[in-house]
Design a binder for this molecule. Structure first.
Ligand SMILES: [Zn+2]
Length: 318
């Protein structure tokens, strides 16, 4: 499933291509994929392309396009919200790159937006779990994980609000929006944190435990400037921004693509996800002589909250 880096990559690409364009028609080939009033969208101009978590937000207006605006005019019904889910894909076709010209309709085409200049934005979805809607309540409640307002103090409060393993909290879109299963493992490896770790706030300090989940204790106060949350936030930004710079992760199934159809490069650069049984890539996990891995520094696969999780028991032991 596309996560924040993939959706952000698409957002940046669309921002350059469709802002300022007016919707002239919408073809809905699969009604289940489109939960909005198509007629009310005709004649509207795309003012901005935003994102919260894994949800893409296309803001429209009847007025003059506000090209270059980075902000969004609230989250009202004039917006379209798009979630790619498992296999959704947005493809941009400039005028002339016509389906009719080639005499073909892609098998998994669900919705087509046609713009005033002849350009089109196509929504393909093989498994039909993705959707386009005008309902703003679909937006995740959690703070976008790359929102500059997410400080280490706020992150520490979020992490200490539950006794669940940290990996599960990172995936909880009602707490933090944007991280999915692949990047959760990548981020925790980068930070050197066990995916099982749980943080609980006690009076003025943070109690950290690792290993199997334990019975929750009452939360008293919130930790401040906790070293772990600073390290984790740094890892979040480093991993996600590197993935965005790489154009996201296109896995072997090739389902995730840029709007041009190209693939993202991060999958080949990933540190840990899907590498069970292979040596840890952290230099400190290797003996200096001969670069052999230390005992226990082979990537393990486990299941946390029904999701596959990869970690190095040597450098992510606490
Ligand atoms: Zn390691």
């Amino acid at each position: 499933m596309p996560e924040l880096p993939e959706v952000e990559t698409i957002r940046r690409q669309l921002e350059k291509l469709i802002v300022g364009r007016t919707i002239s028609s919408i073809e809905v080939l699969n009604p289940g994929s489109f939960r909005a009033d198509a007629d009310s969208l005709i004649g509207k101009t795309v003012a901005a392309v935003g994102r919260k978590g894994k949800v893409l937000i296309i803001t429209s207006s009847r007025g003059r396009a506000q090209r270059g605006r980075g902000d969004l005019d609230g989250y009202g019904p004039d917006n379209l919200y798009i979630h790619l889910k498992m296999s959704g894909r947005l493809e941009f076709r400039a005028k002339g790159q016509g389906l009719k010209a080639k005499g073909e309709t892609p098998k998994h085409l669900r919705v087509s937006f046609n713009f005033d200049n002849g350009d089109r934005l196509l929504f393909h979805d093989q498994r039909k779990f993705g959707w386009i809607t005008d309902d703003p309540t679909v937006l995740p409640r959690g703070t976008d994980v790359l929102d500059p307002q997410l400080t280490s103090e706020i992150l520490a409060e979020i992490l200490s609000s539950s006794s669940r393993p940290i990996k599960q909290i990172l995936l909880d879109q009602s707490k933090i929006a944007g991280i999915g299963n692949i990047y959760a493992s990548e981020i925790l490896w980068e930070a050197g944190i066990s995916p099982y770790k749980s943080l609980r706030a006690t009076a003025g300090s943070v109690v950290i435990s690792s290993g199997l989940p334990r019975r929750p204790r009452p939360t008293v106060g919130a930790p401040r400037n906790d070293k772990l949350s600073i390290k984790l936030l740094s890892a979040i930004r480093l991993v996600l921004n590197e993935a965005i710079d790489s154009g996201g992760s296109t896995m072997d199934d090739k389902l995730y693509r840029h709007v041009s159809g190209q693939t993202g490069d991060y999958w080949s650069r990933r540190r840990i996800y899907g590498r069970a049984g292979q040596p840890c890539r952290r230099p400190a996990c290797h003996l200096p002589a001969g670069r052999q891995e230390k005992s226990g520094s082979v990537i393990q696969k486990t299941v946390i909250g029904h999701r596959s999780t990869y970690f190095c028991p040597s450098c992510q032991s606490s």
